[in-house]
Each structure stands twice: as structure tokens, then as C-alpha cells.
Design a protein around this ligand. Structure first.
Ligand code: NAD
Length: 254
């Protein structure tokens, strides 16, 4: 029998310490393409060409030519019912921590106070040479004001990178430590919209399973953990998560 949103509601209601882990699939209903789905970003560009540290250092114009429009694209979209449902589960005290691989900021805009952003964020700019940080607005103003579209550091002149982690760059240590600590405490982990193919985040469900906890996955595509799920939902995250909230409300009044 296929699982239902009601099954996930029951799992969440019995959880002592539920953690949610999200990936690019939670934001596709907001209009931001993921990487690996049909029509996803990897069908359009070579990720190594536009998303790696080496490209950023060697051809910053190419890097910023690709990334500048994506800032405006993210600004023009809204959080969808799945982001709102996760925020509501946090407000109700059911979800204790939210770990996200996304860099789009939609969880915070939906009301999640402290998402653990393990792949960084578009919210600031940083100079890789002297480590100076600037605000996102300042970074974009400098990009728009530069003849080659590349924002530069006012201290040392090197090109500015956004706070998003690039291929070849280490993950932010504080965020990764927070993600592991949150997962260590979890008896239930709910994965929403992730293929679970990117390490080290892909190891988090294993941590919960090894300690006898439960895994739920709500993702359209296959994942390496599908056979280990207590609850496995397919379908659209926004639709399914709204139904999970409804089912929780029904359980509360039953
Ligand atoms: P992924 O592209 O590897 O996997 C996304 C998964 O979500 C796929 O299995 C897909 O079938 C599923 N999916 C797509 N739309 C869905 C929907 N509406 N409902 C339910 N499932 C849906 O993404 P990933 O696992 O996050 O890993 C790849 C990397 O993508 C991450 O490092 C992340 O930083 C980066 N990324 C982020 C964004 C963003 O911030 N919105 C966008 C693209 C890529």
C-alpha cells in the first residue's frame, strides 16, 4: 500500500525530535529549477563551468554573467506551501531543526527562523583574497556598476563571490557542525525534495537510521534510501505537505 500524507502526520506526531532536511525540489513549485530533474539546471549548463571555484577564479566574468540574473530570479519568486508547512511545523514545536541545501532563502521568507544553510546563501558577498564581507545589495550594486559585471573588493580589488558554496570549496564549518548536531539528536528525519546524492548531507539519514530512528522521504525522484523509509511519499512537496498539516489537525481533534 502506498504511503499517504496521513502516515507522515502520524510519524511526526509521535516524534520527540523531528528534523527536516530539504533540497532543491522543495523550491521547484516556487519556480526555481532543481539540478537533476528533467528541465533542471544541469540540462542547460555544465555545472563545472559556472559553479566551480576554479571558474570563479579564472573567468569571473563568465561566472557573474551566469549568476547575476539568478539573484533577480530568486527575488521574483515566493515561498510555496511546502516552505510554509515546514515553518508551521517548527512553530508548533514538532520540527526542532531545519537543515537545507538550498541557497534561495525561501525558508526564511516563509518564517523559518534558523534554517541551517549547509551550502551557503545568496545573502552576502565575500572576497576570497582578504575575506572582506559585504551585503548582498552592495555586491549586486558593484556587479551592476562594473563594465565586466564582476563585483570587486574595495580593500584589495579581488573579485567578490556570493556566500554560496561552489564546487571545490569547503562547506561552512559552523553550518555542517550544526547539521550533524541536530541530526545526532533526531529520532525522525524528514527529507523533502532532495535526491540525496550530494555528500556530506546525504549521510544524515544514515545517522538517524543507525540509531534506530525513522526516515521519511517526500521527493518525486528516486533516492538511495528509498528502501529504508518508514514513510515514502512521491508527488509535489507543496501539495503533500499541506495535506500533512491537515492530517495533523484532524489527528488533534480526533
Ligand atoms: P537535486 O536536484 O539533486 O534533487 C531534487 C529532487 O527533488 C529530485 O529528486 C526531484 O525529483 C525532486 N523534486 C523536484 N521537484 C519536486 C517537487 N515539487 N516535490 C517533490 N520533489 C521534487 O537537488 P538536491 O538534492 O538539493 O541537491 C543538489 C544541489 O542543488 C544542492 O546542493 C543545492 O544546493 C542545489 N540547488 C539549490 C537550489 C535552490 O536553492 N533552490 C536550486 C538548484 C540547485
Amino acid at each position: 500500500m502506498p504511503h499517504t500524507p496521513g502516515d507522515l502526520a502520524i510519524l511526526l506526531r509521535g516524534a520527540q525530535h523531528a528534523v527536516v532536511l530539504t533540497g532543491a525540489g522543495i523550491s521547484t513549485e516556487s519556480g526555481i529549477p532543481d539540478f537533476r530533474s528533467p528541465g533542471g539546471i544541469w540540462e542547460q549548463v555544465d555545472p563545472m563551468e559556472v559553479g566551480s571555484l576554479s571558474t570563479f577564479v579564472s573567468t569571473p566574468e563568465r561566472f557573474w554573467q551566469f549568476h547575476r540574473p539568478r539573484f533577480s530570479a530568486v527575488d521574483s519568486v515566493q515561498p510555496n506551501p511546502a516552505h510554509h508547512a515546514v515553518a508551521e511545523l517548527e512553530r508548533r514545536g514538532i520540527v526542532k531543526s531545519l537543515i537545507t541545501q538550498n541557497i534561495d532563502g525561501l525558508h526564511r521568507r516563509a518564517g523559518s527562523a534558523h534554517p541551517i544553510e549547509v551550502h551557503g546563501t545568496l545573502d552576502f558577498g565575500v572576497c576570497l583574497r582578504c575575506d572582506a564581507r559585504i551585503s548582498r545589495d552592495e555586491m549586486l550594486a558593484r556587479a551592476d556598476g562594473a563594465a565586466d559585471g564582476v563585483p570587486r573588493c574595495s580593500r584589495c580589488g579581488f573579485q567578490i563571490k556570493s556566500g554560496v558554496v561552489l564546487f571545490g570549496e569547503p562547506l561552512p564549518a559552523a553550518a555542517i557542525n550544526d547539521a550533524f548536531a541536530a541530526t545526532e539528536a533526531a529520532d525522525v528525519i524528514v527529507v523533502i525534495g532532495s535526491s540525496l546524492l550530494v555528500t556530506p548531507v546525504s549521510t544524515l539519514p544514515q545517522m538517524v537510521l543507525r540509531r534506530g530512528g525513522s526516515l521519511a522521504i517526500l521527493t518525486e525522484g528516486d533516492t538511495p534510501y528509498d528502501e529504508h523509509c518508514a514513510v515514502r511519499l512521491h508527488g509535489k512537496a507543496g501539495v503533500q505537505m499541506a495535506e500533512v498539516l491537515n492530517a495533523l489537525d484532524e489527528l488533534a481533534t480526533a
